[in-house]
Design a protein around this ligand. Structure first.
Ligand code: ADP
Ligand code: MG
Length: 373
């Protein structure tokens, strides 16, 4: 049973603050992904758990123990990096078993432990090879085996797959998920890749510029982003975000004369806001149909099974996922519509404004959880 708790954790390098007070709790056996753009403080947070960086302010607890003053080796964490830094002159077996040797474990016991771990990551046939004779994926497996062999209480991963090609990265993801299922060790995985994060995580901690934007399950952050930043960061293609203002009747005015009529504007008369709709929620509509938004095609991106239509709606960019096949050359007039329940609203401070639709989405998500629980 190993939880990790962050209490108002801050980090300054010299005088420069880079982590501004993080509060979060990671459950025992949970797989949590810290996601955010480069430079937002992900590695710093991870290294503070491991004890590789000092904590400037606040506390980190592993289980019930405040670890601020503990040495890295006293914390029970094993870390897997992007640069796996294997010993080039040592065989795979020796690389995996090295930490156990240093710890003074007898040879027989060590050998058995190395073999067991090597089997679990499919490295058994390569135990006598040198790292130079392995593929990138196999080397990353050695790095994982080296972390696993110490039977840590916590696994920490810092963008371990960024050096691998796309196909291998996908394969390694499911491998990490399987290992987590088999071993059940509390894991924190750092990445800037939202697809990787969504596929791996039980829960995500989404960071921006040293602050937590949102903590939630993948479906939660996708369907109910807490901020404009999260809405924009999660999902590919990114959510349409239209800047504008609600008029006295709650109609959303945007661009050069654009009007969107919906229930979202109730109680928001006169407020500046950002209206968000996912491209997959935007549909083509018949001209003149109720509430249809007139737009002009800019260009089309073919994806195979579907295509992305980039259009201009009264000066605001609108992207729609479209399954049609009829040609849509630049300049073609089109009409779009989307359902009330797919509308997101963000305020001037970038935070979500609750609407009937957002509350309904949260209810659906909560109901889904109670079914699977
Ligand atoms: P991420 O892993 O999300 O890309 P980092 O945690 O590595 O971000 O870095 C967060 C911020 O702290 C960045 O602005 C980075 O430049 C800064 N930083 C990281 N390490 C140091 C250091 N040793 N000294 C000074 N600044 C640092
Ligand atoms: Mg980093």
């Amino acid at each position: 049973m190993t939880t990790i708790t962050f209490k108002s954790v801050k980090k300054r390098y010299k005088k420069t603050p880079v982590v501004h007070g993080v509060d979060a709790q990671i459950q025992s056996n949970e797989f949590v992904v810290i996601l955010g753009p480069s430079g937002c403080g992900k590695s710093t947070l991870l290294r503070m758990i491991a004890g590789l960086e000092e904590i400037s302010d606040g506390e980190i607890l592993i289980g019930d123990t405040v670890v601020n003053q503990l040495e890295p080796r006293e914390r029970g964490c094993a870390m897997v990096f992007q640069n796996y830094a294997l010993y080039p002159h040592m065989s795979v077996a020796k690389n995996i078993g090295y930490a156990l040797k240093v710890a003074g474990m007898p040879k027989d016991e060590r050998g058995a432990r190395v073999l067991k771990v090597a089997k679990s990551v499919g490295l058994e046939p390569y135990l006598d090879r040198l790292p130079g004779a392995l593929s990138g994926g196999q080397r990353q497996r050695v790095a994982m085996a080296r972390a696993m062999v110490r039977e840590p209480k916590v696994f920490l991963f810092d963008e371990p797959f960024s050096n691998l090609d796309a196909k291998l990265r996908v394969a390694m993801r499911s491998e990490v998920r399987r290992l987590h299922r088999d071993l059940g060790v509390t894991s924190v995985f750092v990445t800037h890749d939202q697809t990787e994060a969504m596929t791996l995580a039980d829960r995500l901690i989404i960071m921006n510029a040293g602050r937590v934007e949102q903590i939630g399950r993948p479906s939660e952050v996708y369907h109910n982003p807490a901020s404009r930043f999260v809405a924009d960061f999660i999902g590919s293609p990114a959510m349409n975000l239209i800047e504008g203002e609600f008029d006295a009747h709650g109609t959303f005015l945007h661009g050069a004369g654009g009007r969107i009529v919906s229930d979202a504007g109730r109680g928001l008369s006169g407020r500046k806001a950002v209206l968000g709709v996912r491209p997959e929620a935007v549909r083509r509509a018949q001209p003149g149909s109720n509430g249809a938004i007139a737009a002009t095609v800019d260009y089309v991106e073919e994806l195979g099974a579907s295509r992305l239509v980039y259009a201009d709606a009264s000066g605001s960019r609108l992207i729609a996922v479209d399954t049609g096949t009829a040609p849509l050359p630049s300049g073609t007039p089109v009409h779009f519509t989307f359902a009330e329940q797919d509308i997101h609203v963000f305020g001037e401070d970038g935070r979500r404004i609750e609407t009937e639709a957002s509350r309904a989405r949260q209810q659906v998500d909560a109901d889904d959880m109670s079914i699977t629980a």
